[in-house]
Write a protein that binds this ligand. Sequence first.
Ligand SMILES: [Mn+2]
Length: 334
Amino acid sequence: MNKNKQYKNLFREIKKAIVMSGNNVAILMHINPDIDCLGSAFALKEVLEGQFNKTVTIFNTDTYTNSSKKIFDISKIKKSKFNNKDIDLLISVDVSTRQRLGIYQENYEQHPNTIKIDHHLNIDSFGKIELVNSNYSSCSEVLLELFKFMKVKFTEKIATYLYAGLSADSGSFKNANTNYQSFEHALFLTKLNADRDFINDCIYRAEDMEYIKVTKFLYNHFEIIDGQIAYVVVTLKDLENLGVDRQACDGFSSKLNSIDGIKVACSIMEVKEKEYKISFRSRNDYEISHFAEILGGGGHLNAAGATVYCSKNLAKQKAITVMKECIIETEAQF
Ligand SMILES: [Mn+2]
């Protein structure tokens, strides 16, 4: 069966599952949801409530960046646990592995009626129905295609949510995951009056004092190795001194990777004692995701991450080792 037909069948299956299911739908996002994850969740909620008469709750226990707070009504997200018998259908968006469901992992695994919608490489199958297209730069685009099939009426609000996800995950069409489809989808959403200016303001012209403060910290503390690797370590003490939470440092690895000559970069964030979250970014040819996997993580080819459980120095060493390996192995193929 060709790919298009496969997707059509999946779209049909999902539409049927939505129509046939009971009233109560829960949407689950990944831990520390980014704008693509939130855009997907809010667009889907809007569609299911407005056009399929469902009662939809988005669940997540984390905190959000200022940009996210401007775009989405965060107060609509429930932080509580729920009982599976109160939910008829569970849909995850932008969640690549079951661990990333956080405290809702067990709910999802035990629920009879689950749909996984995502755009990461499908390395963990955990949905009863799975719509995963890793050719798309954002999960929002996977939903866009599903909505088209479902003959959804794209309101400006829905178009704007999806555009936010597409814009953020493609790095405003600059990341390596951007392709002709990203532009086609952007065109489609623009024709539907997605509020690009509002989204650009919220994401790219949002340099408030907190942003300036953490950026100053970044440029004072990053290290460069051989002119081609850059990294920064941020401890809990640093966050405390800065008076910000971890999400405020979300863009660090991308910023370091955009320095001229830097092939691979990462931020190493202390989560708690002996737990460090490493976020990698790399230039086109350097596929860092394969090396994040060595550390038990994963992600996209040029944007991946891993969590390591060790001392700060060892975390740093591990990150540097895989970044060096990435460069050596990539250049051996040139
Ligand atoms: Mn995404």
